[in-house]
Every structure is written in structure tokens, then in C-alpha cells.
Design a protein around this ligand. Structure first.
Ligand code: SF4
Ligand SMILES: [Zn+2]
Ligand SMILES: [Zn+2]
Ligand SMILES: [Zn+2]
Length: 268
């Protein structure tokens, strides 16, 4: 991208003569070398400018000039702002260019930042950096596991992930614990949704055995509600006294069995 040489002091004019040979110096719309944004128009402007750069006789000089002078904006020698930044980062990492004044010094090997830099620049990672990265990740994991969730809801939210088909997967520890008590994930789902402790086992009934969607899990009392023969059997199985409703449901069913040969209530 050229700027008018008329405005430059005479001493600089010679060094910028290449600009006058640039394809952009005679183009009717020099703004296309500054097209930014994601619109179709600005993309096609940029493509046009790039094509002109690619066949421009001073392309290499232009590119070198923009890189040396850290030209921040516009397309120069066919390189976008982002492409120039990337090239500069690599040159700085290789010691071929000075870091920008005031910019942070390059992190030394054996630090997590140096590891990140190797990865970003697709460089081979040395042992010191690999070890530093492993240490930092372990510390971060330890910190994360110490951060106690404020509530059972928060714990549930932090460790669940939506699944295709409307199910919910548990991504946390197999036996999550909260305030000194350990749960299984389906119990957590049940308690935060129903606001009470489950009776017996919490199971799901959606066909996805891992699912912890609160609406897909039920405890014994929901699967075998009181006031039914199943409820009565549940009480018995749990070694507790059956409630009145269950006792009645059970004796009604027994009577029916004697009368009709089936415990099922006959349709009226
Ligand atoms: S390379 Fe592109 S930006 Fe540079 S002078 Fe040529 S046309 Fe202009
Ligand atoms: Zn390193
Ligand atoms: Zn489900
Ligand atoms: Zn009951």
C-alpha cells in the first residue's frame, strides 16, 4: 500500500521510490488495500488487493518494508496485518527480529509461557518446558479441585454436560462429595430437583444409563408410589412398616385376588 510521496521530505523520497512502481499506486480505489471486516464486499476487496500484490513488481521490497517498520495496518506485499504479526512473532522467537520496545521479554525455557510459545509457533518442545507445563497443569487441577462449590446445585451445574437426545451427562468425579457427604451423581440430580432426599435408589428411566437429567431420574418412592401394592412391597423390602395407604392398597389387592383371580382392578 503506498502513501503519496509528495507529502514526504525529500530525503525520504528516494527510499520510497519503489512505492511509485507498486500496483496500488495507480489503482482507482486504494482503499481496497485497507479493507477490513467480514462482509462479502470487504472480503472481495481484499482478495482483489491480494491478487494485485501477488503480481506487483515491488512485492518483496514492500513486504520487507512493512515487516521492518512494523506497519500495523493494511495489506502490504500481499500480507495482511495478522499474517505480518505471525511472521514477526516467529522472527522474534528465532532471534531474527527485536521484540517491540516495551513488549514483554521472551519467557525463558523451563516456564509455562515458553511452553505455550513453542506450541503456538509449532516449535519442538524441550524437556524443561514440557516439565514446567506438566507442573503448572497439575497445580491448576489441584486448585480447581479445592474450589468448593457453594451449593449442590453449583456442583451439579459445574459437572454436567448436555447430550444429544435431551439427556445430561455427568462429567465430574464418580462419587462427588459436598459438605463432607458423598453422593452418586443421580442422587445429586434428584435432590436438587425435588428438594428432598431420595427414598431408596435413584435410577433413570430414559434408556441412557449414564443420564443424570433430573426429569429422567426417579427414586423408589416415585417408581413405586405409596398407595399402591408396589409401594407396600417397597416398604417391606426396606424393612419398614408400610404406611396406611400402602397397607390398604395391598389388602384391597389381596381381596381382589381372592375374588377375581387377579390383583388388577377390573375396568368399571
Ligand atoms: S505489493 Fe501490494 S501493497 Fe505493496 S506496492 Fe505492490 S500492490 Fe502495493
Ligand atoms: Zn523451551
Ligand atoms: Zn436421559
Ligand atoms: Zn407407603
Amino acid at each position: 500500500m503506498t502513501t503519496s510521496t509528495d507529502t514526504l521530505p525529500a530525503a525520504q523520497r528516494k527510499t520510497t521510490d519503489w512505492r511509485l512502481q507498486g500496483a496500488c499506486s495507480t489503482h482507482p480505489d486504494p482503499d481496497i488495500w485497507h479493507a477490513t471486516g467480514a462482509t462479502t464486499q470487504s472480503r472481495s476487496d481484499l482478495d482483489e488487493a491480494k491478487a494485485l500484490c501477488n503480481s506487483c513488481p515491488v512485492r518483496q521490497i514492500c513486504q520487507d518494508w512493512a515487516l521492518t517498520n512494523r506497519e500495523a495496518y493494511g495489506l502490504w506485499g500481499g500480507l495482511t496485518e495478522g499474517e505480518r504479526r505471525r511472521i514477526l512473532r516467529i522472527r522474534i522467537a528465532d532471534g531474527l527480529a527485536e521484540p517491540r520496545k516495551g513488549s514483554r521479554p521472551r519467557a525463558a525455557c523451563g516456564t509455562p509461557s515458553a511452553y505455550d510459545r513453542h506450541i503456538k509457533l509449532r516449535e519442538p518442545v524441550d524437556d524443561a518446558c514440557r516439565a514446567a507445563h506438566a507442573r503448572a497443569s497439575a497445580e491448576q487441577r489441584a486448585r480447581a479441585s479445592q474450589q468448593k462449590p457453594a451449593s449442590l446445585e453449583a456442583l451439579f451445574k459445574a459437572h454436567t454436560k448436555r447430550l444429544y437426545g435431551g439427556h445430561l451427562a455427568w462429567t465430574g468425579p464418580v462419587k462427588p462429595s459436598f459438605k463432607g457427604r458423598s453422593y452418586n451423581p443421580k442422587q445429586v440430580a434428584f435432590i436438587i430437583d425435588r428438594g428432598r432426599e431420595p427414598v431408596g435408589r435413584v435410577l433413570n428411566d430414559c434408556g441412557n444409563s449414564e443420564c443424570v437429567l433430573p426429569g429422567h431420574v426417579a427414586d423408589d418412592s416415585e417408581r413405586t408410589p405409596c398407595g399402591t401394592r408396589y409401594g407396600y412391597q417397597r416398604h417391606r423390602k426396606n424393612g419398614e412398616d408400610a404406611c396406611d395407604a400402602c397397607r390398604k392398597a395391598n389388602s384391597d389387592a389381596d381381596n381382589r385376588l381372592r375374588r377375581t383371580g387377579t390383583t388388577k382392578q377390573l375396568a368399571a
